[in-house]
Design a protein around this ligand. Structure first.
Ligand SMILES: [Mn+2]
Length: 226
């Protein structure tokens, strides 16, 4: 089975609870559609756990992309937790609720810091697959409606785009995205996965007190972790 979650934002307990109930065997895959870190406290712990699992497939989110350059400078000994706020990129990261990630990252040994950096650098930007005759596109987010070929979508649009969930992007493809909590797309879907117009929006807002949503791509079944 193939599952997808997104925007864990440091919610380590919900992540572990999900792994406890998912029958995730060797033939199964759990896609994590970015924004594992920041806001909550457990982002680095989640990354370290994900690294140890061959059947977890990460895609990059804007928070990982923003953190990466600063993490490299910390690992190289050029920055520490106190100096981060004095750099442009570091200030941006802290403004994006990066503080818990900064603290946890700085507490790692240099080897572990480098392992986290290497892992984030291995993240793909998007993936496409076919399951039970249904085509899927998966990425952290997508641009506003503009039916251009996927190879014309820019890296920044995959990280920061705001899809128009009222538009069908492709008749023969289901577009799985996170990034925007579903309550901000449509309040009727607060804390729930939105499946509509060939979109599957899976960021239920786990770090804001809503459940962690998980969709099974084989069955389109929704799983919720309170
Ligand atoms: Mn995001």
């Amino acid at each position: 089975m193939i599952y997808a979650i997104s925007d864990l934002h440091g919610c380590y307990e919900k992540y572990q609870k999900l792994l406890d109930i998912l029958p995730l065997g060797d033939a199964d895959t759990l896609y994590v559609l970015g924004d594992v870190i920041d806001r909550g406290n457990g982002g680095i712990d989640i990354l370290l756990d994900m690294m140890s699992r061959a059947n977890v497939k990460p895609l990059i989110g804007n928070h990982e992309s923003l953190a990466l350059g600063v993490m490299k400078r910390i690992a190289a000994g050029l920055l520490d937790a106190e100096l981060i706020g004095k750099t442009k990129a570091g200030k941006l990261w802290l403004l994006s609720d990066g503080e818990p990630t900064v603290q946890a990252f700085c507490a790692l040994t240099q080897d572990r810091q480098q392992a986290v950096i290497d892992y984030i650098e291995s993240f793909d930007i998007y993936d496409e697959l076919t399951m039970n005759g249904r085509r899927f596109h998966l990425s952290h987010t997508l641009p506003d409606y503009d039916p251009k070929p996927i190879h014309d979508v820019s890296f920044l649009e995959f990280l920061y785009g705001e899809p128009d969930y009222t538009k069908v992007y492709g008749e023969d493809t289901l577009f799985v995205t996170g990034h925007t909590p579903t309550r901000l797309i449509d309040p009727a879907y607060a804390g729930r996965i939105l499946q509509k117009n060939n979109h599957i929006a899976i960021d239920c807002g786990a770090v804001f007190g809503y459940p962690l949503g998980c969709v099974c791509l084989d069955t389109l079944e929704e799983i919720y972790i309170e």
